[in-house]
Design a protein around this ligand. Structure first.
Ligand code: SAH
Ligand code: SF4
Ligand code: F3S
Length: 487
């Protein structure tokens, strides 16, 4: 029997890639198990974006190898994003039997078979394939009312701190017809809320289709109720795309727009290719054209050369824009990136102090914004039981998680009024429910189902938690309502 155990780290692109890996292994006759001890092959999908993430995956690899020693014949594979020195060390020391990057998964079944043939060396191709878009492979969907489709792979932005262009190669867009087919299949399988994924989706272009055209195409899929996208680079956020967001009713008022730093000097060192003033202007346009826009961001502190004044400019921007939530990170030097050579370095202690100050500020803002939700009404899509207690978790169109205490089946659209906060999370009272389709009220009620109005959310996404998932969203200190932050 060929059983495999798969552990996934990292971002949503990796979560999506896990579906590709599953599809490839299913086709090769493998069966997934959630019990590590049962597995003939153990696979880790790694993330290298910060050294902590990479070390965590390496730690897991170590424990899987220890298990493999107890079970002769078991193969251990390291997949996903790896920094080059780590990859070289793994190959040299044969720490993993199979080592394949994000564009090499087609070779996985053959590599596992070769490794199971008692190879004395690691099977690693070492070659990147910048044209791979996995055409013809349909990522295996593991269920739920939310789904995602990768629309482009790689990244050409070369932010100076970031390892992604090195691990995921050149930017390439998938054909719109493939994306729409995949999205339609997900919708047929019960997905109501779909996210289009890419490192910078606004740069999507395939022949004559740009991202606005893709949104229009996907929004035409019958049965799909909500459409989102991740991630948007501020330099590519023009008024046309904002108007498309506002004009297509299915597209949710939900924008994740990382700003990274509030200082023009640091933004330039980061090679972000926008200024603070441009970022502010784009947010102003988005907020004025898209009613009740949910706005989240990524912020990085302790970048080489960041001084007190730069950091204060970051705090000031956070104060000024009052994001709904922020993913906040301490800079981590990554091998092979341009910033590796930049100085002066900010000490770990100083970077830690800055991160704490930033988190404290954003936490206060999020709490204030959550309090402002009380008394307001939202359309909620019920996604999953809450991790603790009897409650259910739902999401507003602008990406806020709300808890409801009533028995409300997954897949229900419920109109709720927020009555209080539980910890950080808004608690809603159901006013009426509509199954599967907003606008079709199931129980008699006087409220008007329709596009929801929501203001706030928290970044932690317990509804999306997978059994063994340790992605950053799920590793936050409390399951509901805390920020995703430095692990
Ligand atoms: N393509 C997306 C996601 C990139 S990775 C984007 O550009 O937004 C997600 C976040 O990780 C980044 O936005 C950045 O804030 C953070 N990050 C990337 N490299 C990092 C590094 N070397 N150290 C700390 N944080 C980093
Ligand atoms: Fe990294 Fe920048 Fe590309 Fe995002 S846009 S993946 S931060 S290089
Ligand atoms: Fe994602 Fe981590 Fe790779 S953030 S792109 S899995 S380096």
């Amino acid at each position: 029997m060929n059983r495999y155990y798969l552990q996934v780290y990292g971002c949503q692109m990796n979560q999506y890639d896990a579906g590709l890996v599953r599809a490839l292994l299913d086709d090769a006759g493998y069966i997934e198990t959630e019990v590590e001890d049962e597995a003939d092959c153990c696979l880790v999908l790694t993330c290298a974006v910060r050294s902590h993430a990479e070390n965590r995956a390496l730690g897991r690899l170590g424990s899987l190898r220890a298990g493999a020693r107890r079970k002769p014949g078991r193969v251990v594979a390291m997949l996903g994003c790896l920094s080059e020195p780590v990859r070289a060390t793994l190959v040299e020391a044969h720490t993993a039997d199979v080592i394949l990057g994000p564009d090499e998964y087609r070779q996985l079944p053959a590599a596992l078979a070769a490794a199971r043939g008692a190879s004395q060396e690691s099977v690693a191709t070492g070659s990147r394939n910048d044209r791979e878009s996995y055409t013809g492979i349909r990522a295996r969907f593991t269920g739920g009312v939310r789904g995602s489709v990768t629309v482009m792979r790689g990244c050409d932005n070369w932010c100076s701190y970031c390892i992604v262009p090195l691990t995921r190669g050149r930017e390439r867009s998938r054909p719109p017809a493939d994306i729409i087919d995949e999205a339609r299949a997900l919708t047929d399988n019960g997905v109501l809320d779909l996210t289009l994924l890419g490192q910078n989706v606004l740069a999507y272009r395939y022949e004559g289709t740009d991202f606005a055209g893709l949104l229009e195409g996907v929004a035409g899929i019958p049965g799909l109720k909500r459409l989102r996208f991740l991630t948007s680079h501020p330099k590519d956020l023009d008024e046309r795309i904002i108007r498309t967001m506002a004009d297509i009713p299915l597209v949710c008022p939900d924008l994740h727009l990382p700003f990274q730093s509030g200082s023009d000097r640091v933004l330039e060192l980061m090679n972000r290719r926008y200024t603070r003033a441009e970022y502010l202007a784009r947010v102003e346009t988005a907020r004025s054209l898209v009613p009740d826009l949910g706005l989240t961001t990524d912020v990085l502190v302790g970048f080489p050369g960041e001084n007190d004044e730069d950091f204060l400019a970051t705090l000031d921007l956070v104060r000024q824009l009052r994001f709904d939530a922020a993913y906040m990170f301490r800079y981590s030097v990554r091998p092979g990136t341009a910033a590796e050579k930049l100085g002066p370095k900010v000490s770990e202690a100083e970077a830690g102090t800055r991160l704490s100050r930033l988190i404290e500020l954003q936490n206060r803002i999020t709490r204030e914004r959550n309090l402002e939700l009380i008394g307001r009404e939202f359309e909620l899509l019920i996604e999953a039981p809450a991790p603790r207690g009897q409650a259910m978790l739902g999401r507003t169109r602008n990406n806020h998680t709300v808890v409801v205490d009533e028995e409300t089946p997954v897949g229900t659209f419920a109109n709720v009024r927020v009555t209080s906060l539980r910890g950080w999370t808004p608690v809603g009272q159901v006013l009426c429910e509509t199954r599967g389709a907003p606008g079709e009220s199931r129980s008699p009620c006087s409220c008007q189902p329709g596009p929801a109005l929501g203001v706030n959310d928290v970044s932690c996404d317990p509804a999306n938690r997978q059994g063994s998932c340790s992605c950053e969203s799920c590793s936050c200190p409390s399951a509901i309502g805390s920020f995703k932050m430095e692990e």
